[in-house]
Design a protein around this ligand. Structure first.
Ligand code: ADP
Length: 380
């Protein structure tokens, strides 16, 4: 079955075309037929038209039979991937209040895809879904109870598709189930989050009510005292919109280093002696190490630590710095394995808590979920 996977952002659309079915999923022989990104588009309709123009040579007239959509916020409504119908679309629209920067674009992509491919089934795969298993102690903020009950202000977690993929992949490589291990998975890309997985389920994760909480990211701050935000608004006269832009777009590696949101540039600048870049790198790695320590406490230990995402997969430097002080906690990276020029799934530390790099593949998991939803097969 030809499945188009869509990941819609505010001004871009990433697309991947897969050929897969039950046998291919079981054998891991799913095929990526084409991929691309359309940027600076005025509408998703236009973006999809351009995507199809790019895919035409690959498709050769064959129909796209299904569309898998990344949807950022599933709230406490969606616990797994679902076939999109009117009801689902309405719920995603309602959840836009919780994710105004993301869900509207995801919804627009779903609607544009329906116009282009009226006969294709569509599936929504939520960033939050894998974290629906968080226990109340991990998802509750200590705000007045009714804010959680009535206003739905609680921690949801994001990047679920990535944490789910790499944890599944690690277990699969070992002929086991996710539930056989206590895992800490680190997705370090432009956005960054860490997840604690026990009994096969996400039991804690660093992103919260929005994808802003937790780790230092490319342009996002991660954890900041809410009092500092209020200070900016009440004492410095910043508007809420301005603060939102600062926290999401002008903070993180970019804000602290003043150099770039790209980890490669930050490391280069730090190595040439730039003090702000050194600090940015230091805060980034220290924060990640603290969360790893927190999740060891959350699970009473761990069996494996996994790195994924652009930084997690490619930056031996970042991985080494994050793990440098964790020896007493059972995490030690092997420098030779860590620095080896290698791609793909690989072990980089053989201490009590094994350390691995597992390249993530959210698009593949979205394609597989799409097939599984259409055929009523349970998700892994
Ligand atoms: P996204 O979250 O948008 O999918 P990625 O997962 O591609 O982004 O991660 C982007 C980040 O990965 C950037 O900070 C980039 O600097 C970093 N990165 C990519 N390659 C390397 C590398 N070789 N060394 C260090 N960082 C890298």
């Amino acid at each position: 079955m030809k499945i188009l996977v869509l990941n819609a952002g505010s001004s871009s659309l990433k697309f991947h075309l897969f050929e897969t079915d039950g046998d291919a999923i079981a054998a891991g022989s799913d095929r990526l037929l084409g991929r691309g990104m359309v940027d600076r588009v005025s509408s998703m309709k236009e973006a999809l038209e351009r995507a199809f123009a790019e895919l035409r040579p690959v498709l050769g007239g064959a129909p796209v039979e299904a569309v898998g959509n990344r949807v950022v916020h599933g709230g406490d409504v969606f616990h797994s991937s679902v076939l999109v119908d009117e009801e689902v679309e309405k719920k995603i629209e309602e959840l836009s209040a919780l994710a105004p920067l993301h869900n509207p674009h995801n919804l627009e992509a779903i609607r544009a895809a329906r116009q282009h491919l009226p006969h294709a089934k569509q599936v929504a795969v939520f960033d939050t879904a894998f974290h629906h298993t968080l226990p109340p102690r991990a998802y509750a903020y200590a705000l007045p109870y009714e804010y959680m009950e009535e206003k739905k202000i609680r921690r949801y977690g994001f990047h679920g598709t990535s944490h789910r993929y790499v944890s599944w992949r690690f277990a699969q490589l070992h002929g086991k189930k996710r539930a056989d291990y206590r895992m800490i998975t680190c997705h370090l890309g432009n956005g960054c989050s860490i997840c604690a997985i026990a009994g096969g389920k996400s039991v804690d994760t660093s992103m919260g009510f929005t994808p802003l909480e937790g780790l230092v990211m490319g342009t996002r701050s991660g954890d900041v005292d809410a009092g500092a935000i209020l200070y900016l608004i009440t004492r410095e006269g910043k508007s809420p919109d301005e603060v939102l832009r600062i926290l999401n777009g002008r903070s993180g590696l970019k804000g602290l280093s003043g150099v770039s949101n790209d980890m490669r540039d930050v490391i280069d600048a730090a190595e040439s002696g730039d003090e702000h870049a050194k600090l940015a790198l230091d805060v980034f790695c220290y924060r990640a190490a603290k969360y790893i320590g927190a999740y060891l406490a959350a699970m009473g230990g761990a069996d494996v630590l996994i790195f994924a995402g652009g930084i997690g997969e490619n930056s031996a430097e970042a991985r080494a710095r994050i793990c440098a002080g964790l020896g007493e906690l059972g995490i030690e990276i092997d420098p030779a394995l860590n620095e080896a020029a290698a791609n793909g799934d690989r072990q980089i530390g053989k201490s009590r808590v094994q350390t691995w790099v597992i390249p993530t593949n959210e698009e593949l998991l979205i394609a597989r979920d799409t097939w599984r939803c259409i055929h009523g097969v349970p998700h892994e």
